[in-house]
Design a protein around this ligand. Structure first.
Ligand SMILES: O=C1C[C@@](O)(C(=O)O)C[C@@H](O)[C@@H]1O
Length: 282
């Protein structure tokens, strides 16, 4: 193993170099409406899967009344391909319906789990409309998009006081640990306030790769809050172990309506998160 005196380079992972006790590396906590992302137990996000405007608003109202939830992800892509200005208007109504919950607005591409392909130009127009005429506390922007467009949206979000998740998804497989770390670091370089990756796990080793990459990010590479998970049956464990490994938020389902495979029902998920939180903070 190496010693603490080992210069300031990225160090090999060993127990000698770890910060004492169970403490992870420091996190720059993000406080939105009193929800402190990066502190305490992972915060629970419930995604909408509504295909109509009326159902979306009713769903957001229902989520707003659920004490288990901290964040509502308004998945505007499920509404189908509509005018960017209509998305913006709907996010305003959804925001008003969300009460004191934090609102995350996401347009997910067809390659990454969304219902249709959104090309870069149109994607840029949608988020520009949402950020100027709509309403959100956080937006989710995809990493592997036209860089100039993403830069523009990150700057616009900053100007509007909206936080940015930069995300990446692999729906077929889990990249190896180094590649997961590389992508999370690219997200930080692109200006993300919160770093996110969701990958499909097919084995316990896949889930371990996600958790290990997350822990190494927190120990050695980044102080930004993170949102990492593996999808599917083999990935379920990654959705509850965030407090130990460094994932600060987690997606859970409500009423059996999941936006990705492996999401745990919100109340069940909260019970596990609170049990782990108590045991880790005696
Ligand atoms: O990208 C993500 C993560 C997710 O795919 C999951 O695995 O929980 C769920 C989506 O709603 C969200 O936008």
């Amino acid at each position: 193993s190496t010693s603490e005196a080992f210069s300031k380079k990225t160090r090999p992972v060993d127990t000698m170099n770890r910060i004492g006790g169970w403490t992870n590396g420091s996190v720059e906590v993000i406080d939105i409406k009193g929800v402190r992302i990066g502190e305490g137990r992972p915060k629970l996000i419930a995604p909408t899967t509504s295909k109509t405007e009326a159902d979306l608003i009713a769903t957001v109202k229902k989520f707003a009344d659920m004490p288990a939830l901290n964040v509502i992800e308004v998945r505007i892509d499920y509404l189908g391909k509509i005018d960017p200005k209509d998305y913006a208007r709907i996010t305003r109504d959804a925001y008003a319906a969300a009460g004191d919950k934090v609102v995350l607005v996401t347009l997910r591409n067809g390659t990454d789990g969304g219902p249709f392909i959104a090309d870069d130009e149109w994607y840029g127009c949608v988020y520009e409309a949402v950020l100027t005429e709509g309403r959100a506390d956080i937006v989710d922007l995809e990493l592997f998009r036209d860089r100039a467009m993403i830069d523009r949206l990150v700057k616009l979000a900053r100007k509007q006081g909206v936080k940015v998740i930069i995300s990446d998804h692999e729906f077929n497989f889990t990249p190896d640990e180094d590649e997961i770390i590389r992508r999370l670091m690219l997200e930080e370089q692109a200006g993300a306030d919160i770093l996110k990756i969701a990958v499909m796990a097919h084995s316990p080793e896949d889930a371990l790769a996600v958790m290990s990459a997350t822990a190494k990010m927190r120990h050695y590479h980044s102080a930004r809050p993170m949102l990492t998970m593996a999808m599917g049956r083999a990935g379920v464990l990654t959705r509850i172990t965030g407090e130990g490994f460094g994932s600060d938020m987690t997606f859970a389902s409500v009423g059996g309506k999941a936006s990705a495979p492996g999401q745990i029902p919100a109340e069940d998920c909260l019970r596990v998160l609170e049990t782990l939180h108590k045991a880790m903070n005696p």
